[in-house]
Design a protein around this ligand. Sequence first.
Ligand code: AMP
Ligand code: GLY
Length: 427
Amino acid sequence: MNILIIGSGGREHALAWKIKQSPLCKNLFVAPGNAGTSLVATNVPIAVDDFSNLGSFCVENKIELVVVGPEGPLVKGVRNFFADDERLKNILMVGPGRDGAQLEGSKDFSKQFMLKHQVPTARAKTFYSHQTKEAQEYLSALQPPYVLKADGLAAGKGVVIAPTLAEAKEAIREMLEEKKFGDASAKVLIEEFLDGIELSVFVLCDGRHYVILPEAKDYKRIGDNDQGPNTGGMGSVSPVPFADKAFMKKVEERVIIPTVNGLQQEGIDYKGFIFIGLMNVKGDPFVIEYNARMGDPETQSVMMRIKSDLAELFVACAKGELKNKPLEIDPSVALTVVMAAGGYPDHYEKGKVISGLDQGKAQVFHAGTKSREGKIISDGGRVLAVTGKGNDIGEAIANSYETVQKITWENSYFRKDIGQDLLRLSK
Ligand code: AMP
Ligand code: GLY
């Protein structure tokens, strides 16, 4: 079959790399893609939210399956657009409609959903733009640190964790009154702080049934030892040692089943990924957030561990046939190190020539890259995601960094400590 992946990051390169291995896949396209996706697929210069051109492309190229990578087009309703068009409505799609994507698109919606369907989560209260004073009074009654969340999509930057009451009061004022995150912070949630270790759990859902994919840990901060500002993610590891059978059983019973059943009860026919950001609080899972897509750079580690045919799973997902679908997982450890442009997540430069690709053993997924005159150049903040494998975490670290050390461009940056916390735990 002909397959189209929508997106242009490391996540999409990893999805393309894996789908390309399926005997079901005839022609693979990525819109708009990057220099890495062009190695395994044909890039199509159409923006992720240009639904009308994406639709025409699908008709002209007899696309039978569309896989949506990022949240933007999901929240904007790419599934609804296809469903409403006679020519497109029979194309299979992995990615929920506008209704399901609200799990990610509105933190207020997802909080109310969790409360209603008894999914364990932090207590929270929502405030609107005219309620700065009430919000500040509410903060005064809480203990530090304070968690403030803009309701809407804010490119991963909408969460503020304020260590003192004064900072929290100022932050809420900036969010509500000055619209620090634009319309995304027209509503803000003040949430109880959860103290624990985070992990990302991924579920492929067909509306009624689900398959649990390998879990992963993300390294969100820019600096070693989790210092500095939040980023989209600077590294990932799968599996996560503390996500043992007992913990994952709690996750399935307390979180995944009520979530999938809750979606059905709400009349949401959810066909796509549910990315569950969890906090392990003394052995119990609490949901921090849902996303309606896979994580980046978690996908890169997760794809390296899935042995089953991904295209076959996606078709089953889109057709509502995931029941009893087996998933074969490689027990080895996959570890991703993100190589970024120096200065990311703030100001950084693009257009630097990258050298040393193809010299190491690890798989190099491209994120922000493009080809120019036969060379590969940097074209974003997160540029590459280098994923190595090993029989244990130590070996995976060694294999990934061996490849990372061979790749250079002017002012490149990467964290040196991806996986070190898990290595310490394993000793
Ligand atoms: P989010 O954008 O929802 O992923 O949040 C960004 C980060 O803020 C998360 O990855 C957590 O590290 C942290 N965070 C969010 N909510 C909470 C909470 N209730 N307690 C502690 N940390 C949180
Ligand atoms: N790595 C976190 C995310 O994709 O949201």
